[in-house]
Ligand binder design. Structure first.
Ligand code: FMN
Length: 163
């Protein structure tokens, strides 16, 4: 029996809107490539469903002094639960892109923590995390463009059936 096509889920957390812009851009690119996309803010997503996903793309910013955006607090609390096993996310392919500013001491702290926690819970990274930086003359997009390219390439290479 042929495997049912999977949807690409894009989850974002933003404080001032940039991560939403980035996530929407990613969604448009994915759809142009024939991919079926589901775009949601992290506070609209039930974290207990993560093990059932095929692939998830996270786009999250860092605010405060290395803090998560407000819309990520519930999700992050769920993920930090001690009773989640190291196999909980086995079978989940993920990619993370962070938005931050290297002028801050805790540069892109949230996406770095998220990446580490997903790995700890058994998930498999599709590509290395991307780090957007406000200090770059082209802003976060300077890192987003090459990161997206390697993401599409890797999804093709691992023959992920997201169409
Ligand atoms: N970037 C970091 O890398 N680390 C920080 O600790 C950090 N704190 C911030 C605090 C404030 C009040 C603001 C306005 C920005 C901060 N930034 C920090 C930069 C933001 O992450 C960056 O501007 C990002 O593009 C914002 O994305 P968003 O609009 O999706 O929230």
């Amino acid at each position: 029996m042929e495997e049912r096509p999977k949807k690409l889920l894009i989850l974002y957390a933003t404080q001032t809107g940039n991560a939403l812009d980035a996530a929407e851009r990613m969604g448009r690119e994915a759809e142009r490539r024939g991919c079926s996309v589901h775009l949601l803010s992290l506070d609209q997503y039930d974290a207990s469903c993560l093990p059932q996903e095929g692939a998830v793309i996270f786009v999250v910013s860092t605010t405060g002094q290395g803090d998560t955006p407000d819309s990520m607090k519930g999700f992050w609390k769920y993920l930090l639960q001690r009773n989640l096993s190291r196999q909980w996310l086995e079978g989940l392919n993920y990619a993370v892109f962070g938005l931050g500013d290297s002028g801050y001491q805790k540069f892109n702290f949230v996406v770095k923590k998220l990446d580490r926690r997903l790995l700890d819970l058994g998930a498999t990274p599709i590509v290395e995390r991307g780090l957007g930086d406000d200090q770059h003359p082209s802003g976060y997009e300077a890192a987003l463009d090459p990161w997206m390219l390697s993401l599409w390439n890797m999804l093709n290479t691992i023959n992920y059936k997201y169409f």
